[in-house]
Design a protein around this ligand. Structure first.
Ligand SMILES: [Zn+2]
Length: 145
């Protein structure tokens, strides 16, 4: 399904998220070491613990906001101003990842807020072209899209 214009845009980086269909079902892609039973994000080329091979692992799309900040200085990469960034404790893997937060929801952010991953056009890539970025939004908003 490529009916949406943003679906044609490239990801900001390859292999870090899936877009699902029509913006639903987006999830983070990381890595897992079967020998160490540990998950990683982003996916390393080798396990930093045992140097073994890393499998791709879908890390899901939900978590809780551990902490956050709102950045009000002029951002890089064409990000909206202001924009939010926070640490999110992912459900399942227990990984704590640094991620962008939905610029439309900055006034609703609070520690412990349930979040869901979304993917949309935000900013530009290294070459200055519009691109898709993953970001977290309040979980109940994702259900309405
Ligand atoms: Zn390992």
């Amino acid at each position: 399904m490529h009916s949406e214009g943003t679906a044609q845009l490239p990801p900001v980086a390859p292999g870090i998220f899936t877009t699902g269909q029509e913006g639903e079902g987006s999830s983070l892609l990381g890595g897992a070491c079967p020998a160490c039973d540990r998950d990683f994000f982003p996916r390393p080329s080798r396990c930093p613990l045992c140097l073994g091979a890393i499998d791709e692992k879908n890390l899901g799309s939900t978590g809780k906001l551990y902490t956050f900040t709102v950045v009000r200085v002029k951002p890089s990469w064409g990000l909206p101003c202001p924009y939010g960034v926070g640490y999110v404790d992912l459900d399942g893997s227990g990984l704590r990842v640094l991620g962008l937060l939905d610029p439309e929801s900055l006034d609703r952010l609070e520690i412990g807020l349930p979040l869901r991953l979304a993917v949309g056009e935000m900013g530009v890539d290294l070459r200055g072209n519009p691109c898709l970025r993953p970001f977290f939004q309040p979980a109940e908003e994702g259900a309405h899209e």
